[in-house]
Design a protein around this ligand. Structure first.
Ligand code: HEM
Length: 304
């Protein structure tokens, strides 16, 4: 940081702002950005598709094969880089390696015909923001925070954010789990009392039942139950969201369909403010026939 700050302050001097012209001579800044993108490429796997049959390194690759270029692994390959994984901008100070797609050992923006279209824009922006902040401020970690002891995720704040969300989520699932445990005891006792057989089970009830029947081959504890639920949420959140976004976009493009759907919803909810789960059963148009199915047919959130 000191070396970068010295460079910035030397070149920008007393000026109010670091400008694009100043960047030209900021060689350490450029090296520092290359090093950051080497260690932390924002896109770790870049997908490309072969357009024709070809042979490469003895492998036959047929046309239309989807290949994921593992940028992360290339950027940390010990056969290419000295001290891979170490933050060492000096490695670029006397090197002609650049990220413009011609040097395949440094490809944070991809390469070939589909190289990132926003490369110059992204670099101009990034490279201007940082020296301006360096120019005006001295940066340091909070007192008592030992950067050697903590990884980059802790320093950048990412780990803290993930921990916070994980805690909130854990608390929520723990609550649902507890509700199910209490509920299953009460409801089963009620059903037994009134001779009503078994109560309707949901997924968590089934997992709890498996826990009660724990065997040596299939061990499931409360932590495993929460992990399974979390897994399902994560897998389902983005896909559901995408599906909804497509559905609303298609409805906006097709006012007649929107009207039909709206009539159905309003007829069934009869002035109620909210649609509840029981209403869905009656919404044949929404539920069974058109909108959702058609949206998922045209825009499957998981494409391959
Ligand atoms: C540090 C910032 C950025 C990084 C690391 C980055 C990285 C990438 C990568 C790896 C690809 C795939 C290239 C390939 O298939 O070989 C890509 C594609 C693309 N990027 Fe960026 N990108 C960044 C910023 C931007 C910005 C700011 C824009 C727009 C203003 C942008 C627009 C695009 C577009 C349009 C494509 C698709 C190009 C195509 O398929 O023809 N990117 N980017």
């Amino acid at each position: 940081m000191k070396r970068l700050q010295n460079e910035v302050r030397e070149i920008a001097g007393e000026k109010e702002q670091v400008t694009k012209d100043d960047l030209e001579s900021m060689n350490y800044l450029k090296a520092m950005f290359k090093e950051t993108l080497l260690l932390h490429p924002p896109t770790m796997l870049v997908p490309h598709e072969s357009t024709q049959d070809l042979k490469m390194n003895g492998y036959d690759i047929s046309a239309r094969t989807l290949v994921f270029v593992n940028v992360w692994a290339i950027h940390r390959d010990p056969n290419i880089w000295v001290k891979p994984g170490m933050f060492y901008p000096e490695r670029f100070m006397h090197s002609s390696i650049d990220f413009k797609g011609m040097d395949f050992e440094l490809i944070p923006f991809g390469g070939g015909r589909r190289i990132c279209a926003g490369l110059s824009f992204a670099m101009d922006n990034n490279q201007l923001v940082l020296p301006n902040l360096m120019h005006k401020f001295n940066w340091m970690l909070p007192e008592g925070f030992n950067s050697k002891k903590f990884g980059i995720d802790r320093v950048s704040g990412l780990e803290g954010r993930v921990e916070k969300i994980a805690k909130q989520f854990d608390g929520m699932v723990e609550g649902i789990l507890q509700e199910h445990i209490d509920d299953s005891l009460d409801t089963q006792a009620d059903c037994d009392k009134h001779g009503e057989g078994e109560k309707m089970k949901d997924f968590m009830d089934v997992l709890l039942e498996a826990q009660r029947e724990n065997s040596q081959e299939f061990f499931i504890d409360s932590v495993s139950i929460k992990a399974i639920i979390l897994d399902m949420f994560v897998a389902g959140t983005d896909t559901s969201n995408t599906g909804l976004e497509w559905a609303t976009s298609e409805l906006l493009r097709h006012p007649k369909v929107l009207k039909q759907l709206q009539e159905e919803v309003r007829r069934i909810t009869q002035g109620r403010v909210r649609v509840i789960e029981d209403d869905l059963e009656q919404m044949k148009y929404l539920k069974l026939k058109a909108v959702i199915k058609e949206t998922l047919r045209l825009h499957p959130p998981v494409r391959c």
